[in-house]
Design a protein around this ligand. Structure first.
Ligand code: NAD
Length: 350
């Protein structure tokens, strides 16, 4: 994890980012790898550097607090790294919720914010329940056809929810409104592997397991959450996120000609303002025990809560290390050459 963070930070610094912001972005990317979401880890570095090169990300942008009340705030990322704007938004939401019980913070004009779970987890560890609603904009974000359509018009808009637990990791639900995140298709493409059935359709609307239909022309789509049987629900949720995160934040909805980025609505609630924390935990733990008492189905070892799988992978990867495919390292090293950056390499890649 440290090597991924070091490599990414060196490249961002070489591309004109301050050391503090480079470490923020790199640390969150490495955290995504560690949680098992390789789609939002080191693989994003070449994409971000290409965006810096052609002006879609300002590596030195200053995040600005545009306006605020005791419980609301509008953060402007000025098309810098989304992770930097989100780190500020989490701090602002945390302070306001601690002081007044709740906070609603929007973030506009942020480039890709990465893995959502990291942000709600930070709030949950401070005993705040959090809801993070996000829309994605920019033409490369067109990944999902609207329900009933054949051409992609929508993105894999995600949402996340975090809640504190009395003991152990917070509950973290972090999911796209599509069957799968685009980055997971990209990982399969980089590894030369097919995707599972039920993820993709080609440009004619036919099911396919070829990840490259997303990256060639005519372009295929990722199915909405609910798949071919109930995709109208994932599509409907996606529309709600476009309005609450896109329109409300001022980033705008997809299709508005923006660069690749995210619009955000972050809501934080101080549990103690509604009931004693112990009582919340008592309700929650009784509910978790109730849910986990269901006998496991074939192929399952037991019932997991949202976020538990990431916690397990994190502990395993902290011990065993993180596998990064050759193609991703090749792209990272190509950028290191181009930027004249020293990238610390793991032993086996020297
Ligand atoms: P996923 O399908 O891997 O997981 C979704 C949720 O299901 C998680 O909360 C996970 O803990 C839970 N889960 C997984 N297996 C489970 C099990 N066996 N039992 C119970 N719960 C289980 O995630 P995804 O939808 O493919 O999204 C992947 C990542 O992509 C997320 O981190 C998301 O934030 C990120 N993303 C970011 C953007 C962006 O624009 N910034 C866009 C899309 C996705």
């Amino acid at each position: 994890m440290d090597q991924i963070a070091e490599a990414a930070a060196s490249l961002f610094i070489a591309a004109g980012t301050s050391s503090r912001d480079a470490r923020t972005v790199a640390g969150l990317l490495a955290e995504a790898n560690c949680a098992g979401h390789d789609s939002h880890g080191l693989i994003r570095v070449p994409q971000y550097l290409a965006a810096v090169e052609d002006g879609r990300i300002d590596p030195a942008a200053e995040v600005e607090l545009l306006q605020e009340t005791p419980i609301t705030a509008v953060v402007d990322g000025h098309w810098g790294f989304g992770q930097v704007a989100m780190t500020r938004a989490v701090e602002v939401a945390s302070e306001k919720a601690a002081a007044h019980g709740l906070a609603a913070v929007t973030v506009r004009s942020a480039s890709h914010i990465g893995r959502l779970g990291s942000y709600v987890e930070r709030l949950a560890r401070r005993d705040l329940a959090a809801l993070l609603l996000v829309n994605a904009v920019g033409i490369p974000a067109y990944r999902m056809a609207p329900w009933g359509g054949t051409e992609a018009r929508l993105a894999t808009d995600p949402l996340a929810f975090g809640a504190p637990r009395s003991d152990g990791d917070p509950v973290v639900l972090d999911m796209t409104t599509t069957v799968v995140a685009e980055g997971k298709v990209r990982v399969k493409s980089n590894r030369g592997e097919p995707v599972p059935e039920g993820w993709l359709i080609d440009a004619e609307g036919q099911p396919t397991t070829d990840p490259d239909v997303l990256y060639g022309e005519p372009r295929g789509s990722i199915l909405p959450l609910g798949g071919s049987a109930a995709g109208h629900k994932g599509y409907g949720l996606n529309v709600a996120l476009e309005l609450l995160a896109g329109a409300l934040s001022g980033t705008g909805c997809i299709g508005g000609g923006q660069p690749l980025g995210n619009g955000v609505l972050l809501i934080a609630l101080d549990v103690e303002r509604f009931l004693p924390l112990d009582e919340f935990h008592r309700h929650a733990e009784a509910f978790f025990a109730h849910v986990k008492s269901s006998p496991p189905a074939a192929g399952f070892d037991g019932i997991l809560l949202p976020g538990e799988i990431e916690g397990q992978v994190q502990r395993q990867r902290q011990e065993e290390g993180i596998f990064v495919e050759d193609e991703t390292w090749r792209q990272v090293l190509q950028w290191a050459d181009k930027l004249g950056a020293e990238v610390p390499l793991p032993e086996e890649r020297r």
